[in-house]
Design a protein around this ligand. Structure first.
Ligand code: C2E
Ligand code: MG
Ligand code: MG
Ligand code: MG
Length: 290
């Protein structure tokens, strides 16, 4: 009887599992082709200095221009990229594109302009922590290492604290800055912020969207971060009300649809050109950032 039940269970689950595996295998094949055929894109989302409204940084966000399904968000392919190991190649490509772009953007605006790139836990596994190659690449482009900010998550820090913390710490010694993404959504202890010498905290958008209670948490995070000498970026700012509250709380930087959705490199270059045009300089807008 048990055997029969077991078999029934197997029959019940098998088609679903086979289908999921098939879909995943297809995606892996397609993604491999996507890299060969140049189908990956990067969108840049401006990060704004809340004290003067100037664009001072941007986050690189990967997209896949799929031949039949249109422009895909990372949620649709990063998971498969990670589990198949393709995230190393993709991450490397994103980094190099971002480095070339930040070189242009610094020339257009200021040598302190930064681009941040996301790095997932998988990219720190095995020998995926290619920070030395990345630093060499920045040097080739004559860029200072802190032209690029690496965004990591709390869970990555937790994992790293247990096994390969030296790799994350290596960034710190190399002066590539670290940003802690989606802060407040994970289980990061405050001690980690100091231990890993975090430069920026990005407040999880959930708190920004939560109303009064969420804003209290934002205020607490900002106060704590400032005590530790860490700058704060609020993510997912969508309304003027959220912006006003965050500015009042002393938040340093902001990112969100209220300012801009992720845009192409060309569009970002245009925006910076406009921001740094003589007219705006005369009007005293963004004088310090150009
Ligand atoms: P993230 O690093 O937290 O990036 C912020 C996400 O929030 C982006 O989604 C962005 O488009 C979205 N966003 C920005 N402003 C707003 C807003 O005002 N409202 C709302 N509702 N959303 C906003 P996206 O581009 O779909 O990226 C999702 C995640 O994929 C990223 O989250 C990041 O974890 C991952 N990712 C993106 N690019 C890369 C990459 O090159 N490498 C790796 N490893 N992960 C990446
Ligand atoms: Mg991010
Ligand atoms: Mg640092
Ligand atoms: Mg985030």
């Amino acid at each position: 009887v048990a055997k029969q039940q077991g078999r029934n269970r197997f029959n019940y689950f098998a088609p679903f599992m086979q289908e999921a595996t098939r879909v995943r295998m297809n995606l892996v094949t397609e993604l491999r082709e996507a890299m060969l055929r140049d189908q990956l894109r990067i969108m840049y989302q401006p990060i704004i200095d809340l004290s003067n409204g100037a664009i001072v940084k941007a986050e690189a966000l990967v997209r896949w221009q799929h031949p039949t399904r249109g422009l895909l968000n990372p949620a649709e392919f990063i998971g498969v990229a990670e589990s198949s190991g393709m995230i190393f190649g993709i991450g490397d490509w994103v980094f190099r594109q971002a480095a070339r772009e930040v070189q242009k953007l610094q020339a257009l605006s200021s040598p302190t302009f930064q681009i941040s790139v996301n790095k997932s836990a998988w990219q720190f596994r095995d020998d995926g922590s290619n920070y030395q190659e990345w630093l060499n690449f920045l040097q080739e482009l004559q860029l200072s290492p802190n032209s690029i900010v690496i965004e990591v998550t709390e869970s990555l820090l937790l994992e790293t604290a247990n096994n390969n913390s030296d790799r994350v710490l290596a960034f710190q010694h190399a002066h590539m800055q670290l940003s802690l993404d989606d802060f407040g959504s994970g289980h990061c202890s405050v001690a980690f912020l100091k231990r890993f010498s975090i430069d920026y905290i990005k407040i999880d958008p959930a708190f920004v969207h939560q109303g009064t209670d969420g804003m209290l948490i934002c205020e607490a995070i900002i106060a704590m971060a400032h005590k530790l000498g860490i700058k704060v970026i609020a993510e997912g700012i969508e309304t003027q009300q959220q912006l006003t509250a965050l500015t009042a709380a002393g938040c340093d930087l902001g990112q969100g649809y209220l300012f801009s959705r992720p845009i192409s490199a060309e569009e970002l270059e245009k925006q910076l050109q406009k921001q740094c045009s003589p007219v705006n300089k005369v009007l005293d807008i963004h004088r310090t950032t150009c």
